[in-house]
Design a protein around this ligand. Structure first.
Ligand code: GDP
Length: 327
């Protein structure tokens, strides 16, 4: 009953083995598309955990939750995060008590954070808990946290350094950014299955989803050994640009680029991944970047990457998987 849509596109799935690297809302859209075109047991979605934080005594993992709700078909379709049909009694009551109400936690969503926090306190790993919850929600592909060790994305701004959710939610991305770092990254181990899959000669493609390059994909790539494992892996590594028509579809990607003195282009996105990529998927609205991109990476695909509906998500997933096969 939790399955997103009940058919996998035209009913034909690919037996390619795919590893997707993913953040939250943007990445989850393509992950959902991939879940419709790749056999469940052959798709692993590695999710950023740099956004995770402790709040009100709970461990909250926004990107894992967004991917989980999206693949379970219970995500709020208006926001792309949180649960559909959510209620806010807890938040209302918390506000009445003068509690910290800047980070919205819906009543149903709260159950996930309470359950995760309880299981972490009992010594279960984040990856084990994530897998257990995915199973409860009847999700087929594997959702794998990038690490079981805590990593915290910190945002350096002109008004000081902010923990990621303080920047993103409490301050609504207003302070101009000057840089980022990932607290705990040197000591964090990438999940052993992430490295294991990358080293597996049966892997057919690695897909970097259209997620924020600075705060969703960089934390994954910054884990010790991951960039090298991506360079060494035998499968093609493909990134899908999160830039559509010179803009971010949602969120602060382009605002961050402007503040870091980077042009809001796919060229700048590709530069961040150039050492690991074999192929790059550019949106058709950004065709002006095509010639320069061709000088930077072996293969470039140009297509419509705007995923407004489930059909778009499936079509893009299919195009990306086909492209990977050609790379
Ligand atoms: P967050 O962690 O919730 O901010 O989500 P992500 O980092 O995964 O995604 C944010 C990025 O997704 C932004 O840069 C958006 O431009 C991009 N994005 C969102 N929807 C789409 C889409 O339909 N197509 C493409 N190409 N990019 C998208």
């Amino acid at each position: 009953m939790f399955k997103g849509a009940d058919v996998k596109g035209d009913g034909v799935t690919s037996s390619q083995r795919v590893l997707a690297l993913c953040g939250g809302v943007g990445g989850a859209k393509l992950a959902l598309g991939l879940s419709h075109v790749i056999d469940d047991e052959k798709l692993t979605i590695v999710v950023n955990t740099g956004d995770d934080f402790d709040h009100l005594g709970l461990r909250i993992c926004p990107d894992i939750d967004t991917v989980t709700y999206t693949l379970a078909g219970i995500v709020n379709p208006e926001t792309g995060w949180g649960r559909a049909g959510e209620t806010g009694s807890f938040m209302d009551a918390l506000s009445m008590l003068g509690g910290e109400d800047w980070f919205y936690l819906g009543d149903k969503d709260l159950a996930l954070h309470v359950e995760r926090t309880r299981r972490l306190a009992e010594g279960e790993s984040l990856s084990g808990i994530t897998a257990g919850i995915a199973q409860q929600l009847d999700i087929g592909p594997r959702i794998l946290p990038m690490s079981d060790d805590p990593v915290a994305t910190m945002v350096e701004t002109t008004s000081g350094t902010l923990a990621f959710q303080h920047y993103f939610v409490r301050e609504r991305c207003q302070p101009p950014v000057t840089g980022f770092y990932f607290d705990g990254i040197e000591a964090a181990k990438p999940h052993s299955d992430l490295l294991g899959i990358l080293a597996d000669s049966c892997l057919d493609a690695v897909i970097v989803c259209p997620s924020n390059p600075f705060v969703s994909i960089d934390p994954i790539l910054s884990l010790p050994g991951v960039r090298q494992a991506l360079r060494d892996c035998s499968a093609p590594v493909i990134a899908v640009s999160p830039i559509v028509g010179g803009k971010a579809v949602k969120g602060p990607t382009v605002k961050m680029m402007a503040e870091l003195d980077l042009a809001p282009t796919s060229v700048e996105v590709l530069k961040r991944y150039q050492d690991i990529l074999n192929g790059f998927v550019l949106d058709k609205r950004d065709i002006n970047d095509l010639e320069q991109l061709k000088t930077m990476v072996d293969y470039v695909e140009i297509t419509d990457t705007l995923m407004l509906s489930l059909d778009h998500k499936i079509a893009l997933a299919r195009a990306v998987v086909d492209f990977a096969r050609r790379c």
